[in-house]
Design a protein around this ligand. Structure first.
Ligand SMILES: [Zn+2]
Length: 152
């Protein structure tokens, strides 16, 4: 199994010397995360501010639909990712922003706090992507229109 390692260059200290491991298959990244035998395993996923356990089969199905998946190593310097060649770029950015959130300081010992921080990075990124998309497609409501509605 060949892993691709790239070093992420950044001006920000916490992002310096971060390694990105790119996995060739979805199965291989899940095996790296959970161990070789995936049978009967569950993924603890942080959804709506709480952890839920998802059977690995279901988690992999979701990842395949998203076209990407990733996790950040316990030492917070290794980003592990898998993506389909035809992944939607916004989906990929969204996933990467979550993982970048794990690399960013402060690092929390409490898993809930750590996930909440990463989720915040992802939420902000998703908001920015959504806004940019709407602006480029003229789907925004003009400020003046909003003011008129407000006067009614
Ligand atoms: Zn996370």
């Amino acid at each position: 199994m060949k892993l691709t390692k790239i070093i992420f260059e950044s001006e920000r200290d916490e992002y310096k010397n971060v390694f990105v491991y790119i996995y060739p298959t979805l199965k291989s990244i899940y095996q790296s995360f959970l161990g070789k035998d995936l049978k009967g395993k569950v993924i603890r996923s942080y959804v709506n501010f709480k952890f839920v356990e998802i059977p690995v089969k279901e988690a992999m199905k979701n990842s395949r639909e998203y076209g990407c998946w990733g996790f950040t190593g316990a030492d917070d310097r290794r980003l592990h990712i898998w993506f389909k060649p035809d992944v939607n770029i916004f989906q990929l950015i969204s996933m990467l922003s979550h993982e970048a959130g794990h690399i960013a300081k402060p690092h929390h010992r409490e898993l809930e706090k750590e996930e909440a921080k990463a989720q915040q990075y992802q939420d902000v990124t998703n908001l920015a992507i959504g806004l940019a998309h709407n602006l480029l497609n003229n789907k925004y409501i003009h400020v003046q229109t909003l003011l008129k509605i407000g006067k009614k």
